[in-house]
Each structure stands twice: as structure tokens, then as C-alpha cells.
Design a protein. Sequence first.
Length: 188
Amino acid sequence: MTKFFANLHMVLAAGVLLAIVVMFGAHADMVTANAVFRWLHLFFGVTWIGLLYYFNFVQIPTMPKIPAELKPAVGKHIAPAALFFFRWGAAFTVLTGLIVAHLSGYLVQALTFSDPNFKLIGIGMWLALIMAFNVWFVIWPAQKRALGIVEADDATKAAAATRAMIFSRTNTLLSLAMFYCMVNANNG
């Protein structure tokens, strides 16, 4: 049992298999592309926002308390791995969300606010798009400098770390309204 749970890929494969069994066993007649993409959207969203909250609630506040000799373990190993899943979670959350909106027939109406019925989900979608932009075009490039993944002097690293933190906190701020929109969009 320990060998199984020690292997993340095996656990994920078993989780996907279990989800498929539940999907087709519980209500096979209701399994549609939309249902599958909604499920994927939730999975990737939990991955993305879970890591956003890990960075903001745990890593950023804890780093000043970590002894200097231990900080390279976070900066060279933990943070880069977490940032990989963070940025790809953001990309796949947005992609699957746009697919769900398209399959559901409200993509254009939501993004253009042209139909009052889709205004709230549209606001949530735009907030998520802004957040994903921040991840890929502000936070990730800044983190690459701050963590020394790309060459940078100490002043550049410090400025990049501050920039990454500010935009990560911006995403935390935006996520609260985004969640409200996503959860309540269908409550008309």
C-alpha cells in the first residue's frame, strides 16, 4: 500500500479510473463532453487556486522565518515544482472553462456581457483571464529571476521577488470575487 501511495502518478491514474467508474456507473446517460470538461475545469482550478493560496498563505509568510541555509531547498526545489503545476493549472483551468462556456452556448454572451443572464459568469471569466495573464506574463517571469532560474543580479532578484509577490497577492484578491461569480452564476 505504501508503494502505491508513494507514487503520485499511480494515485492520479487510480483517481481518474475511479472518476470514470463513478461517471459511467452513477449516471452514464448524463456523461457528456460538457460534464467531462466541467470536471476537468474543477480539477485544474483546484490545482491552480490551491497553489495560489499555498504561496500566499504559507510560503510567502514563512520564508522570512526559514534559516538562510535552508532557503535554497525551497528556492531550488519546492518553489519551481509548485510553480510548474501553478502555471499549467492556470492555463488548463482557463482552457477548460472556455470550452465549458462554448459547449454550454454562452461563451460570446459572457465575454461580451451582451446578455444579462451571463453577466456574472462573464465577470468571473474575465477575472480568471486576468489572473491567468498575471501568472504567465508577470508572476512566472518574475519568479524565474527571483529564484535564479534565469541569470539576474541580487537587486534584480529582489525586485522580481517583490513584483511576483504583489501580483500573486493581486490574484488572491481577485480570486475571492471570481469564486463568487463562478459559484453564483447559475443562481439567477
